[in-house]
Design a binder for this molecule. Sequence first.
Ligand code: PLP
Length: 406
Amino acid sequence: MKQIYKSNKLENVCYEIRGPILTEAKKMEDEGHRILKLNIGNPAPFGFEAPDDILKDVIHNLPKSQGYSDSNGIYSARVAVMQYYQQMNLKNVKVEDVFIGNGVSELIVMAMQGLVNNDDEVLIPAPDYPLWTAAVSLASGVPVHYRCDETNEWQPDIQDIRSKITDKTKAIVLINPNNPTGAVYSSELLQQVIDLAREFSLVVISDEIYDKILYDDAKHTCIASMATDIFCITMGGLSKNYRIAGFRAGWLVVSGNKLIAQSYIEGLNILSSMRMCANVPSQHAIQTALGGYQSINELIGDDGRLKIQRDMAFEMLNAVEGLECVMPKGAMYCFVKVDAKKFNISNDEQMIFDLLRTEKILLVHGSAFNLKEGCYFRLVFLPHVDMLKPALEGIANFFKSYRQVS
Ligand code: PLP
């Protein structure tokens, strides 16, 4: 029999957050080990539950959710999303500008399939949320990574972005608040991105799935609210802010200069129709979530569970000799720099394998986020302090004696 190979389209597509190390972790679990999985931002397993009102609404609407919906989403959800962005000062957003999807993940792939021709370039942050890079590659485009500056709280380096723009550059992607770094971008920085987009006719695409997970005095600005003459795409969803990642509910909103993007918007409509519609029961969660009581604020405030966990992770990681982490201002991750020299590290994936085997803790190595320089790992600070503290002690213990054998 002939071998069956994956298509060439998948050649440069990689998503290591769920890659070979997770396979090893699963193998260890099968052998009877208990693994603490701090590799993905999945709130529910750590006791973060969706607000009751959201669940009630979905249950209430379940019998009415048996058929396909409009391919771009049910009306109440689209209106709720439209109003959400109107409150953020996005001008001229209409119901037809909202596309509901099965999570932001589906919409990222859809947005890139609709935009990118062979060899078109898309600017993506490094480190990134790797689905962005994968989606550009899958669409036969070229992901071009721009530098985010650790010494400047991981803000994008505008000079680096400028130096990477070519006549093939079609769009710039921002992730704000950022996964994996936790950076929240200043409005000055966003203004500079807009100026570049204006100068080089770039589409601005902003992944704002963590827009309500902000700590201390961090303030999130939706970049699309800052310009009407540029075509912008904003993405958000319920997975993180409302802790219902399994519901697969997200949205994409087009705004700004929609006149220049009529053909692209038509493409989005084609792609949206091709997959019939997003999961209908989950779409019913959107209106209640966006309009109702915002319980996330209790989790991120001074006595909030997420903030306390963030503070503990930040302090304990920075207390380890050879580890250094910039304070995350948003989201649910610490992105930690490892002194590769001190620990003789030449392979960051090996470091994560070794940690998994020794401490039974699963993290993600920095290069999985398309960061080519330096040695890093990302830790998800979702576990309750009772679980987080021993995990951080385990990490500290590992690095006390670690020397990578090459
Ligand atoms: N965008 C970013 C920056 C993320 O971190 C994630 C999930 O971790 C997603 C998108 C995927 O979100 P969804 O669950 O809506 O598909």
